[in-house]
Every structure is written in structure tokens, then in C-alpha cells.
Write a protein that binds this ligand. Structure first.
Ligand SMILES: NC(=O)c1ccc[n+]([C@@H]2O[C@H](COP(=O)([O-])OP(=O)(O)OC[C@H]3O[C@@H](n4cnc5c(N)ncnc54)[C@H](O)[C@@H]3O)[C@@H](O)[C@H]2O)c1
Ligand SMILES: O=C(O)C[C@H](O)C(=O)O
Ligand SMILES: [Mg+2]
Length: 602
């Protein structure tokens, strides 16, 4: 039942690189120096003579024309020299230097920036995305040079409908918004959290081929409760406590109405909101707008694909998923999202009466039905007291005790607490009832991972399956054996969810669409890969898996009658496409950076 993965994406990429096909023209409404200062259109020294004449650029650039390919090599050379020159310096210093050089390129020439990003995604994702993006957010006020995206705050009440027209692009397809209240595992970073929507949208361009002229990162500055930032005179956001209750929600309502007034078909991804607002806004808007919460829903789909892959890796039939003992550490927006989706999968696979074997812990230990004030989303996962007593456990039992008594098949961390899977916990996983236990340390960035890859293989044994939210190197186990590290990160789904929703004109994003996305990711991996403990595709193939996920989203949206069509492609036409045609349609609509001839129009 598992489809063979398409493995030729790297080859395809290489052959497409610098192809000689003539790209279509692009209309530009400015001339001369204004073009050189606009990263959407700027080609630096790459403007051909005819264009220099046509656009009033003659004399504004050094005379020699440098090809796109030469510019690309020049950038990569300077990037690698920087790497060489910073060798031995602290990791954070090196990562920020790399981020700066990439960011400078972005601010000058987006076409070249996205080309180097797409072609070197494995190398650059850790810089523009997790883990470095976390460091960037922590240092944002000092790093700030040029604005990217839009900012809305309590001071903008009543103005948002007109403010949205300040954005220079006529069309916006994809928006990622945060309120900065839970940035990765780093907590409340206020306005500095804008780095996350920027990084996520860079992944949208790189993985999903969303046109960068149609993306919009957004920060809702509703204040911050981070005392350090409130006292920091360089802090760039409002130095006020966070809005709460109705004051908060009415502001988000106004924002959602404003952006949809100007761009009714824009898809909105909510990102890194603290749990209460993540759930509340998802409930509030998911039936009205085409939106989703990546931390709740994207993460759940990626984790479920990993959990299903684990069952295959353990050599068990998929129906055994219902029997897997899964310990989830972290009862926040991500952990609860994962359990909710896993529960749906259990009832699909084993029937609605099947009892899952899930154990949930938060900062106060194992959650049982004895727990007072459990969040309503966690209630279905609070263990009955008699069941935990039978295992020799009790309400609030600590992680080590739970692992020792439960002997889980899977230990999954979404707690944001670095190192919580310590030596004792990992050693206890050796007693797992599974011959191939899985350990997912999904918290970001790297320092917040529940354990490192090296520690997982060292203490829990060589036969584990391992996944982490931030990248780790594969582990050399000696004797030519490799401990494979999977990057269990929602980046394998959110770009495809957004792309698919866009290309079918989805009114809303349904559970069925999210489930289809997760199944698509799970079935992408071959049995051979799974046997080696490889649960997710290499990030080098992220465009390929994203296209597949996008097509799965389109087809499910059509089947569930929530698709309204895209551009001049009607929902009827989409419905008549075969599976292969849908995939081809998605692929064809993915933007790829080339220098288009620029044509001036007043
Ligand atoms: N890999 C991915 O794709 C991915 C996706 C989403 C979130 N995350 C990561 O997951 C983490 C949590 O995100 P969230 O949105 O759920 O945050 P959250 O703040 O909503 O939840 C955190 C949860 O962890 C619990 N916790 C805190 N300390 C604990 C401890 N010592 N032991 C057990 N539990 C503890 C809290 O009680 C809470 O239930 C973050 O680090 C985030 O970066 C990763
Ligand atoms: O941003 C990431 O890398 C994943 C996830 O959305 C998170 O919040 O940690
Ligand atoms: Mg997130």
C-alpha cells in the first residue's frame, strides 16, 4: 500500500537550474534607481544591456554584465569564505553571521536569495528557520535594519481596514501571523517574534513555491509580559503588558476582517500563539476563514506520520497503531494537537470503541482524572485513576517513573524543556516493550530539545528510531552503522497545506484535508527507508513532498466540497483531474526563481 517515493527531485532541480528556456516578461511600474532599490525586481549586475536601456539603468551599474549563474557562484563563495573565516568562533556568533549575509542578500535581490535558498535548502534551512531563527528573534531589536512584513497593534484599532492598503503588493496569497507569545520553546518574545512568520514564509517560497511577492509576515503587537523586554530601551514593540480577554480577541477579529477585506482569498497560518489563544482563535476562525494553526494542526500531522512510520519500522501491521503505548510530554497546543489527531487515527484504524494507550504529562507530571483544573482539550487524555494504579503509578507521577512502569513504544516530547529526556529516562526506554522504540524530541530550538540525538542513541540503545524538531547530525554508531536522525518538524506539512488550499481556493481547511496531508507524508516513505529508521523525506526533497501534500489537500477539498477554484481553474475542472493531473497542476503552479525580462508600464 505504500507508494514508492519519487527520488529524482535533486536531479530535476539540478537540470532546471539555469535552464536556457526563455522566461516570460514581468511588468514593472518603476524605472532607474527605484528598480535597483527594489529587491523584487533588482538583478544587480545581471541586467542585460537592452534592459538597462529600456529601464533607464544605463550608467547606474558597473559596465560588465554578470550572469545569474556567476552571481550565484559569487554569493556561495562569499558564504563559504565566511564559514571559513568564522571557524572556531562560538556557534551563535557564526549562525548570526550566516543569517546576516543571507538577510542582506534578501534585502537586495530576492530572486537570487530564493534561488540559493531553494538549491541549498539543507544547508540554509537551519539559518533562516529553526534553530537560528530563534536566536534571531531573541536579538531582533538589535539586528533590525529594514522592515519585513506588517505590524498591527492596539494603537491601530479602527485603522486596520485602511492600513492593509499600505502593503505594496496588490495580491497576497499566504499570510503567517503571530502575537509573539510562545516563540518556539523560548517563551514570550513580543514583537521580536516577527522572525518566525518571516522564516515560515521563506519556507513557503522554498518548499511550496509560493511567489514571494505574494507572501505577508504579520506581527500582532498586543504587548508583552516579558519583563526583560519591557525594561529594554531598545525593544521595538509596545512596552505594555499583553492584552487579555475581549480586548485581545476584538483586536484579532479586526485584523482578520481587515486582511480578508483586501485579500478575500488569502490563507492565514497562525503561528506560535500561547496555548489559550492558539485554541481559541482556531475555534473562532476555522469555520469562517481559510486558516489553520500550524503548531496545533501542522505538528499533529507530522507527528502522526512519524508515529505511523514507527509502527512500520517496528515491523507491525498498521492496525497495531491502536496498541502502541505512547507517552507524550507536554500538554500544550502542540502535544494536545498531536494526541487529538492520533486519537482520530486510532478510531479510524481500530474502530470508535478502541481504547488508545496514551499517557500525557505536563509540568506537574502524569495527568490523571484526579487532576484539578485540567484544560478542556486535555480532559480526553487524563488517565482513569484505576488504570494508573494498576501500573503502580499515581496522579502527577514523574517522567522517569512513568517510562519505567509504562515501558512505552514511543516517547514524544513537546514540552519546550531542554534535556528533560535525561540519562535515566533514556536508559529506562531500553526496557520498552518494543524492539524498536521511538524517541521524538520535538521541541525547538536545539537547546530546548528534550534530548540530543547522540544521547538518545547512547543511552536508549542503537535500535531506536529518533526524531527531533531541530536538525541534528546523524549519529555514527561505529562498525559502519549510522543512527538516523529524522527532523520531525511541521515544515514537512505546512507549506503543502497552504499551497493546496491556495490552488483549489479552499473556503476552509477541514480535518479531512489535514488527515489526507498527514497520510500523504506517511505513505511517501518506502519500506526500505522505514526499515533504516528513516520516517521523513530528506529536506532536499521538500519541494517534491510539498507538491504531493498540496495535491492531497486539493483532492480532499474537492471531495469535501470546500474548494471554489483558483484563478481561471474552476472547482469543476479540478474535480475532473486525475491524481496525476492534480499533482502536475500543483507542480506547474510552484514559483521558481529566474530573472524575468522586465517591461516598464506607467
Ligand atoms: N517539531 C515541531 O514541528 C514543533 C511544532 C510545534 C511546537 N514545537 C515545540 O514544542 C514545544 C511546546 O510547544 P507548545 O505550543 O505545545 O507550548 P505550550 O507552552 O503550549 O506547552 C508546553 C507544555 O509543556 C509542559 N511542560 C513544561 N515543563 C514541563 C516539564 N518539566 N515536564 C513536562 N511537561 C512540561 C507545560 O505544562 C505545557 O503543557 C516548543 O518548544 C515548540 O518549539 C515543535
Ligand atoms: O518553528 C518550528 O521549527 C516548528 C514549530 O512551529 C515550533 O513552534 O517549534
Ligand atoms: Mg511554531
Amino acid at each position: 500500500m505504500w507508494r514508492v517515493a519519487a527520488a529524482a527531485s535533486t536531479l530535476l532541480r539540478r537540470s532546471r537550474r539555469f535552464s536556457t528556456a526563455i522566461p516570460g516578461p514581468c511588468i514593472v511600474h518603476k524605472r532607474g534607481a527605484d528598480i535597483l532599490h527594489d529587491p523584487w525586481f533588482n538583478k544587480d549586475t545581471g541586467f542585460p544591456l537592452t534592459e538597462r536601456d529600456r529601464l533607464g539603468l544605463r550608467g547606474l551599474l558597473p559596465p560588465r554584465i554578470i550572469s545569474f549563474e556567476q552571481q550565484y557562484e559569487r554569493f556561495m563563495d562569499s558564504y563559504h569564505s565566511l564559514e571559513k573565516n568564522t571557524r572556531g568562533q562560538p556557534e551563535g556568533v557564526v549562525s548570526l553571521a550566516k543569517w546576516r549575509i543571507l538577510n542582506r542578500l534578501h534585502d537586495r535581490n530576492e530572486t537570487l536569495y530564493y534561488r540559493v535558498l531553494i538549491d541549498n535548502i539543507k544547508e540554509f534551512a537551519p539559518i533562516i528557520y529553526t534553530p537560528t531563527v530563534g536566536l534571531v528573534c531573541q536579538n531582533y531589536s538589535g539586528l533590525f535594519r529594514r522592515p519585513r512584513g506588517m505590524y498591527f497593534s492596539a494603537k491601530d484599532r479602527g485603522e486596520m481596514m485602511s492600513m492593509v492598503y499600505n502593503w505594496p503588493a496588490k495580491q497576497v496569497d499566504m499570510i503567517v501571523v503571530t502575537d509573539g507569545s510562545r516563540i518556539l520553546g523560548l517563551g514570550d518574545l513580543g514583537v521580536q517574534g516577527i522572525g518566525i512568520p518571516i522564516g515560515k514564509l521563506d519556507m513557503y517560497v522554498a518548499a511550496a513555491g509560493i511567489n514571494p511577492q505574494r507572501i505577508l509576515p504579520i506581527m500582532l503587537d498586543v504587548g508583552t509580559n516579558n519583563q526583560k523586554l519591557l525594561e529594554d530601551r531598545l525593544y521595538l514593540g509596545h512596552r505594555e503588558p499583553r492584552l487579555e480577554g475581549e480586548e485581545y480577541l476584538s483586536l484579532v477579529d479586526e485584523f482578520m476582517e481587515a486582511i480578508h477585506e483586501r485579500w478575500p482569498k488569502a490563507i492565514v497560518q497562525f503561528e506560535d500563539f500561547q496555548m489559550k489563544w492558539a485554541f481559541e482563535t482556531l475555534d473562532r476562525y476555522r469555520g469562517k476563514y481559510c486558516m489553520f494553526n500550524d503548531d496545533v494542526q501542522g505538528t499533529a500531522g507530522v507527528a502522526l506520520a512519524g508515529l505511523l512510520g514507527t509502527v512500520r519500522a517496528q515491523g507491525r501491521p498498521l492496525t497495531d497503531f491502536a496498541k502502541e503505548k505512547i507517552v507524550v510530554v507536554g500538554a500544550g497546543s502542540a502535544g494536545l494537537g498531536v494526541l487529538k489527531m492520533a486519537l482520530q487515527a486510532v478510531s479510524r484504524i481500530a474502530g470508535p470503541k478502541a481504547e488508545p494507550h496514551f499517557f500525557l504529562l505536563d509540568k506537574d507530571g502524569l495527568i490523571t482524572q484526579e487532576r484539578k483544573n485540567v484544560d478542556s482539550a486535555a480532559v480526553p487524555f487524563a488517565k482513569p485513576s484505576n488504570e494508573v494504579l494498576e501500573l503502580g503509578l499515581q496522579e502527577g507521577a514523574c517522567l522517569t517513573e512513568v517510562v519505567k512502569k509504562v515501558k512505552p513504544d514511543v516517547l514524544l516530547g513537546l514540552s519546550g524543556v531542554g534535556g528533560i529526556f535525561n540519562e535515566e529516562v533514556l536508559k529506562a526506554m531500553k526496557e520498552s516493550s518494543s524492539i524498536k522504540p521511538a524517541i521524538f524530541a520535538m521541541s525547538n530550538p536545539t537547546n530546548n530539545a528534550e534530548c540530543s540525538a547522540v544521547d538518545a542513541f547512547k543511552h536508549a540503545g542503537e535500535n531506536i528510531v529518533f526524531g527531533s524538531g531541530s536538525p541534528f547530525e546523524n549519529v555514527d554508531l561505529g562498525n559502519g552503522k549510522i543512527g538516523h536522525v529524522n527532523q520531525a518538524n511541521n515544515m514537512y506539512l505546512f507549506p503543502g497545506i497552504g499551497l493546496g488550499a491556495l490552488l483549489c481556493g479552499a473556503r476552509i481547511i477541514t480535518d479531512g484535508m489535514l488527515q489526507a496531508a498527514s497520510e500523504c507524508l506517511a505513505s511517501y516513505m518506502t519500506d526500505e527507508e522505514i526499515q533504516q529508521g528513516i520516517l521523513y523525506p530528506s529536506i532536499d526533497s521538500i519541494r517534491d513532498i510539498t507538491a504531493e501534500v498540496g495535491a492531497a489537500i486539493v483532492r480532499t477539498a474537492i471531495a469535501e466540497e470546500v474548494a471554489e477554484g483558483h484563478g481561471d481553474v474552476s472547482s469543476r475542472e479540478l474535480a475532473h483531474m486525475s491524481k496525476e493531473e492534480t499533482l502536475e497542476y500543483v507542480r506547474k503552479n510552484m514559483w521558481y526563481p529566474v530573472y524575468n525580462p522586465l517591461v516598464h508600464e506607467k
